[in-house]
Write a protein that binds this ligand. Sequence first.
Ligand code: ACO
Length: 440
Amino acid sequence: MPKNKSTSKIKTAKLIINKNTYELPIYNSTEGESVIDISKLHSQAKLFTYDPGFTSTASCESKITFIDGDKGILRYRGYNIEELANKSDFIEVVNLLIYGDLPNKEQLKKYKKLITRHTLLHEQIINFFQGFRRDAHPMAMMVGVMGALSSFYQDTLDINDAHQRQEATRRIIAKSSTIGAMAYKYSIGQAFVSPKNNLSFSENFLHMCFSNTAEEYKVSPVISKAMDTIFILHADHEQNASTSTVRLAGSSGANPFACIAAGVSSLWGPAHGGANQAALEMLEEIGSTKNIKKYLNKAKSKKDPFKLMGFGHRVYKNYDPRAKILKKICKNVLAHVGIKNDPILKLAMELEKIALNDKYFIEKKLYPNVDFYSGIILRAIGFPPEMFTVIFAIARTAGWTAQWTEMIEDPIQKIGRPRQYYTGNKSLKYGTKRSRKNTR
Ligand code: ACO
């Protein structure tokens, strides 16, 4: 039974197998689909459920983020993403995600201070960076250094201590931006730039990336607002692959830094957070509006593994609300940095228009997702494509830590241990079956 009284039991589903009837409770969500509780099914019916990719499975009870994929709605703790993107800054959204409601002025001031004083990294972490090749993908450095934090901050590893959990959360959020900026500086062969605590989270990140020992980067309000909005839009997205990875890693009692490193790894894939880099690279490969048809045909072909990157979503079967916001920002940022008639933006908008009128994309309900326009903005700000997923990861530390905390505090949480639909050999006598194809 879930801990939340508002998820009241409304009715039961009946499952009939070989004349045996099993009653499965149904719980009402506050919004969105109800859930059938199958947790007792195996003990009663000796059956597992089978759901590759978890397309019909709610893995947990959560109060953090709500998505209505058909209507294109995204809310953090009940607040619409459009309103948060307009009225809040990233740290206010972090506070909202973690503590459940918007802070008042005093609380926010205090929280900003608490996060900001964790932006510095232990000096020895600098040595850690020297171990990477200069051409390493910055996400490789994010994964490695995030996990390594558990060796530097051993006073916040006790997951059963609420104070340590909060402190670890603040460290992860604050230090992820410093690690991301250091990964960038290391990859371009420049000296690391120390954080400045008088700047906002977004301004500081831009400063650490673009200032250098010879020149201070002047952070423009248009760019810092765009950066902040990108952080807000990527802060959480309920039980996606990386968040589920964080929860699963955490369910074994692993320390928070190790769990977040697992989330960073999962995010890296091109079907998830890696799609922002892949989307821009795809647009560059398409090169001209003349080639759109050819690439759309490739995306539609069953024989071709090519997919339109930045298009489609497991949950959104409508326009991703984050993509709508980013499309607007994209135009502002390009105008601000003096890029007139950007051919990549023109190509992206034309590609979107043609795809949205194409039978294949209409029937499969494939719309632009958050990754379609974010790369164009980040490139205009000055980031290379390899940094796009790093920026996503920095933002998502907010959601990962909020979801990890919720899981640890959930009295019914237990170690995540899915079962399987086994189709391998039955018991064999040793040596009776030898394969000729024993190498791949
Ligand atoms: N281009 C062409 N066809 C697509 C695309 C696409 N971008 N996305 C889905 N399809 C097709 C699939 O081939 C499938 O066709 P079928 O029914 O004939 O087999 C159908 O649409 C359904 O797609 P699935 O892959 O089953 O949907 P799923 O929910 O598993 O995948 C995903 C969603 C991974 C996002 C997919 O749409 C995709 O790969 N998109 C491109 C990568 C991308 O942009 N990822 C970012 C997602 S947002 C995020 O993580 C922040």
